[in-house]
Design a protein. Sequence first.
Length: 307
Amino acid sequence: MVARYGYVPFMLIGLNGVGIALASSGAPKIWLLVVLVVAIVTAFLVERIIPYDSEWNHDRADSIRDRIHVAVNETLILASVAAIPLLAAIVPAPHLWPQHWSFVAQVLTAILVADFGITVVHLASHKVGLLWRFHAVHHSITRFYSLNGLMKHPLHQTVEMAAGVVPLILIGLPVNVASALALAVAIQLLLQHSNADYRIGPAKYVLALNEGHRFHHLKWAGVGDVNFGLFTLIWDHLMRTYSYDPARRFDSTQLGMAAKPDYPSDYLHQMIYPFTRGGGCALKSTTATPHGDAQTSDSDPASKYRC
């Protein structure tokens, strides 16, 4: 009971709160990494206490690969934070950032702005063939657990984060706010892809957490082109890409990519595959049948590039 209802508040409010306190006080950045390690350990522990699908807790020759993805992409996030002073020196900001606001308000503002930029690129990645080539790595998963959030091609990770953070940098985002934002992104990805069967009540219609994000990982194009938000589902409601069915139960047979069931599974091939001829998808449109399967038609102007 404690894990089911207390996990999300502990991560979202507790650990992010600690991160905000550390960042606002100017504490050494290493302490934010300590908070991140606590978040990862907690995520793994809770997934074993209240698993949504116990089978998703077992290795499928993907654990080492996923840890490499996490190490590479988290390093990219940290490097982007470290580069902010250099970028500010090259492109002087117009001092539009509301530094007179409370630190918490500044972090929440950064989260909302970043959420919009990342959501837009995420949506575009399901519609633009070139972006989908790299985003497809993330959709190749066949089990849904915490580390999946950072299982991304580093080029796509860079594009997504740039869309969320560059506008903030251009208006003078302080480094300490960026540090708190980086931690919030990492914690959010752990929660969003968690295999924990936690409860958040009506907040599931607003917060982009695992109960809604599973629909995004349905393997059929069109059916899974929903719920693109990173932090919130606000933009999905506005763009009419929100989807939720409380009766639906997920398992591995519904995850991945229906058109590419043999997508490369090792790290090196996942880095190379988007650059190959086979790394793209034919322009097709997919609709779900009443039985949860999919039907595909060719050459529809409104169709997706997603496999």
